[in-house]
Design a protein around this ligand. Structure first.
Ligand SMILES: [Zn+2]
Length: 300
């Protein structure tokens, strides 16, 4: 590797390299992986592209960080960085684009989720029929309302990774009523439960569900999960977002595909973006994870 090549590796943004290693960087700091840290002692100097832990003294640049974190020698660390580089640039380039929140007036809706409130129909739907853990309902800030005709609706907010409201899904709680779902104008139903990504550590398992309610069941079963809005709606933007996640986090991806053709197709589509996606088979009598969850967690 010539000097110019080495300089390119040294110039890779250090915080990006740290995230690529699975460290979670918040305000130029992260938990130091080199000692038993509980207070984000490691800080990054973006201007110098370096890191330093003020407790254990670990310090250096991009190559040092990789050497120490992955326990590699100089040459192996450089090789690792070069293999990451292509993906890395793709990631940072895509990240810089502002998220399109066109047309959706988040300010009009965000107050609904400040104090989520579940009416009787919503409680029955979530806690009795689906046995969703109340903590999951709170984490997801699910709320409910009734329209002028008295129809009860479950209202589910979609947040981006930074916790900004980007969309709202309304679900009709009257069985068999149509339309089952309604979306405010301009609301994006992108990937659901993105804030959970901020809670992942390197090596964690992430489940990918089809739709919010399977996601709630997975969360209630103790998994970390996100959801694709619908098997038939995997958009270019979702794919882009998943590949960014794949670039940034060293985690494993898991899925229980629905026992039907769209479920299978979604799994295959997702595996193209997430090559390590692990498939878990549902028993033949369960059409989706929610049914499986009910079967394995019978009511007391
Ligand atoms: Zn340290």
């Amino acid at each position: 590797m010539d000097r110019q090549e080495l300089q390119k590796l040294r110039d890779l943004p250090i915080e990006g390299v740290a995230e690529r290693l699975g460290l979670r960087v918040v305000r130029h700091k992260c938990l130091c992986p080199f000692h038993d840290d509980h207070h984000a002692s490691l800080s990054f100097r973006v201007s110098k592209n370096t890191f330093r832990c003020f407790v254990c003294g670990a310090s250096g640049g991009t190559i040092d960080l990789v050497m120490r974190y992955l326990n590699k020698d100089f040459k192996a660390a450089c090789q690792w960085l070069s293999t990451q580089r292509g993906r890395f640039f793709l990631c940072t380039a895509t990240q810089r684009e502002p998220s399109p929140v066109c047309g959706f007036d988040a300010s009009r809706y965000s107050r609904f989720f400040e104090h989520p409130w579940l009416n009787d129909e919503a409680r029955r739907f979530l806690f009795e029929e689906r046995r969703i853990d109340p903590r999951v309902a709170r984490w997801c800030r699910i709320t409910s309302w009734k329209d002028r005709q008295g129809v009860p609706w479950l209202q589910t907010p979609y947040y981006d990774r930074e916790g900004r409201l980007i969309g709202v899904q309304n679900r009709n709680l009257i069985k068999g009523a149509l339309p089952r779902f309604r979306f405010p104008q301009g609301a994006v139903t992108s990937i659901y439960n993105l804030p959970v990504l901020n809670r992942l550590k390197a090596g964690d398992e992430l489940y990918i569900a089809e739709g919010c309610s399977d996601c709630w069941s997975l969360l209630s079963a103790g998994h970390k999960a996100i959801a694709i809005p619908s098997a038939t709606l995997l958009t270019r933007k979702d794919i882009e977002q998943l590949s960014i996640i794949n670039c940034q986090l060293s985690i494993s991806y898991n899925m229980f595909p629905d026992n039907d053709v769209p479920g299978e197709r979604l799994f295959l589509q997702l595996r193209e973006v997430l090559p390590t996606l692990v498939r878990h088979q549902l028993p033949p009598d369960c059409k989706d994870f929610s049914e499986y969850y009910l079967q394995t967690n019978p009511s007391p």
